[in-house]
Write a protein that binds this ligand. Structure first.
Ligand code: SAM
Length: 205
């Protein structure tokens, strides 16, 4: 049998139920450098929002790093489960994020555009990692960036090409970041840092 025909735990135990049962680790959808950057950007922040939670890998990092009196709001409709009452991705995410007791976590099981309609609070870190279609990413930006305080960050995932990375110029977040911040300047915002596929833009003071 060729090496590539070998049994792949990752392929065969992909379903989140195996994560819930402890048969596999959660699927982290970001690189180690991105994980470190998220931790650095979340450090000491008090009002963090993540759009797009999946199995909770990035949410856990944000929770571990934020201020002890901070609130992390996690927005994901978890709508892809074939059997909604069981919803193993949601269960897995809640279990993973619950491994850390830092700060407080609020779950909003909605599409981000719905959540934005009822949102009122100030944000100091917004992580956009939900629907990656260009229109959807742009909508997330439009719906949410007005809530970000001066000095606050908006971070886009899969928004930048990098060596040995998976991102292509056709990715929605790449097109949105290029249109908003690279091909023109934004009056109140500028690119603060870029790490692998992450682009962090900062609201000027
Ligand atoms: C790329 S994954 C998120 C990965 C996660 N941030 C991580 O690094 O571990 C995208 C997630 O966005 C969610 N999603 C899709 N459309 C969304 C929307 N309109 N609002 C909020 N979440 C959405 C999906 O259900 C999915 O769980």
């Amino acid at each position: 049998m060729a090496a590539s025909d070998g049994f792949s735990w990752r392929r065969h135990f992909r379903h989140p139920v195996f994560g819930c049962l402890g048969f596999r680790p959660i699927v982290a959808q970001h690189t180690r450098a991105e994980d470190e950057a998220l931790g650095r950007w979340a450090k000491g922040r008090k009002h963090i929002i993540e759009i797009g939670v999946a199995e909770g890998a990035s949410a856990l990092k944000l929770r571990q790093s934020m201020a002890p009196d901070g609130v992390l709001t996690l927005i994901d409709p978890f709508n892809l489960s074939r059997f909604r009452p069981l919803n193993t991705t949601r269960r897995l995410a809640q279990s993973v994020v619950g491994h850390c007791s830092n700060g407080r976590v609020v779950w909003i099981e909605e599409f981000s555009s719905h959540a934005a309609r009822i949102w009122t609070g100030e944000i100091d870190l917004l992580f956009i990692d939900g629907d990656h279609n260009e229109d959807a990413v742009l909508q997330d930006w439009k719906d949410w960036h007005g809530f970000v305080a001066p000095g606050g960050l908006v971070v886009f995932h899969d928004a930048r090409l990098f060596a040995r990375g998976w991102v292509t110029p056709q990715y929605g977040p790449v097109k949105v970041v290029d249109a908003l911040f690279r091909t023109k300047t934004h009056p109140d915002w500028e690119i603060a840092e870029e790490v692998d596929s992450l682009v962090a833009v900062k609201r000027q003071m």
